[in-house]
Design a protein around this ligand. Structure first.
Ligand code: GAR
Length: 234
């Protein structure tokens, strides 16, 4: 009883001093410790799933950046390609992974039960080359973001992924390219933009050298942008 009285006094003074959120955070931790508030109900941790189809260099950067984060956890890697590099990355970093197949993803339950089992709150597409089914978008409204290796709305849409994007950008004689991080809706690469960054294209650039510059931009900005979108600094 005495303990509770003390907590109430603490919160009252916290509120009076305009420090409510600071004291409430402290209280929540204490309540979880005392077993009064369960961790599951303590929605302070956002659990994200990274969907990827290839090497997974972005996934690796995101996992490393968020390692030990106070309120964001990479809880699952979802991959549609057996043998993809991202699966090894998941294994080496101790993140569970889920290999998905077309039929169930597009015509079945879109693996919603697995996402629920892993308590996923937010989805990050990092080089995921399948379109996201409407059922998944409906289950995660405004909670799915994607990275695209060009300055959308140019060089986006069906068939525009990886090297194909860089080849098209160079073939068009563009003087710059870049990255776009955006929300995902039912149209390929058309959701609301969150962030863009640019790089200059030089005379000798090849699709490979441009891919390197784009990857550097992605690695520098994607993890931080995810943290900003979730509004949770460590
Ligand atoms: C990234 O450059 C990403 O922007 C691109 O695939 C690459 C994946 O690299 N995504 C698309 O083209 C989506 N349309 P990674 O596997 O090394 O992270």
């Amino acid at each position: 009883m005495l303990v509770f009285g003390y907590q109430v006094i603490l919160l009252t003074f916290g509120a009076l001093l305009g420090q409510w959120s600071f004291f409430w955070k402290y209280e929540k931790k204490l309540l979880v410790k005392l077993g009064i508030l369960s961790k599951a109900r303590n929605k302070d941790v956002t659990r994200i799933a990274i969907f990827a189809s290839g090497a997974g260099s972005n996934a690796a950067k995101i996992i490393d950046y968020l390692e030990g984060h106070r309120s964001i956890k990479v809880a699952l890697i979802v991959c549609n390609k057996p043998g993809a590099g991202v699966l090894q990355i998941a294994a080496s970093k101790g993140v569970p992974s889920l290999l998905i197949e077309k039929e169930r993803f597009f015509s079945g339950d879109a693996y919603l039960p697995e996402l629920k089992k892993h308590k996923i709150d937010f989805i990050v597409l990092a080089g995921f080359l399948w379109k996201v089914p409407v059922s998944l978008i409906a289950a995660f409204p405004n909670h799915i973001i994607n990275i695209h290796p060009a300055l959308l709305p140019k060089y986006g849409g069906k068939g525009m992924y990886g090297m194909k994007v860089h080849e098209a950008v160079l073939a068009a004689g563009e003087k710059e390219s870049g990255i776009t991080i955006h929300y995902v809706n039912e149209h390929f690469d058309e959701g609301e933009h969150i962030f863009q960054a640019k790089t200059v294209i030089e005379a000798g650039d090849t699709p490979e050298s441009l891919a390197q510059k784009i990857h550097a931009l992605e690695h520098a900005h994607f993890p931080e942008t995810i943290e900003r979108v979730l509004g949770r600094k460590s």
